[in-house]
Design a protein around this ligand. Structure first.
Ligand SMILES: [Zn+2]
Length: 160
């Protein structure tokens, strides 16, 4: 079976940055199962997997625009400490969920603290990076009806 829209593919992958450092890998774990065409994985990788089949191996370089986006300096913001009501201690490196002006959710990371001014960065940690994936396809199957409705893969025993 060839990978195409609405099929579930299982892949082993290793993700490296331009310097060859490993950022993420499925090695030693379950392969990643995803619904093809449901935006479970970055668009640049999804596009390259189209039409591939079990046993295929590929190396893909994904530009930021097809990955986690370009680094956007406007996502660095200085917020007053009151915005963090309910948080006892704010430390550099902490991550919070925040609402974007468009109503979506984004993760922001605390970059620096200067008295009552907290500087946060809403960029994805891998924004602006070219992503180098080594991928091996281990399985391709039909998605179940529930998986298609939910747009994600259900692992065994998961019945929400
Ligand atoms: Zn579900």
């Amino acid at each position: 079976m060839q990978i195409s829209k609405d099929l579930v593919a299982s892949i082993h992958y290793t993700l490296k940055n331009a310097d060859g450092e490993v950022l993420d890998t499925s090695e030693g774990q379950e392969p990643l199962h995803y619904v093809h065409g449901a935006q479970n994985i970055v668009p640049g990788l999804e596009k390259e997997l189209e039409g591939k089949t079990t046993g295929d191996k590929l190396s893909v370089a994904v530009e930021p625009i097809d990955g986690y986006g370009e680094y956007n300096a406007e996502l660095i913001q200085e917020l007053p400490k009151d915005m963090f009501a309910g948080v006892d201690t704010i430390e550099v490196g902490m991550e919070f969920q925040a609402q974007t002006p468009e109503g979506g959710m984004q993760i922001i990371e605390v970059k620096s603290i200067d008295g009552d001014k907290i500087t946060v960065d809403g960029n994805h940690p891998m924004a602006g990076q070219t992503l180098h994936f080594d991928v091996e396809i281990t399985d391709v199957r039909e998605a179940t009806k529930d998986e298609l409705e939910h747009g994600h893969v259900h692992s065994e025993g998961c019945d929400h």
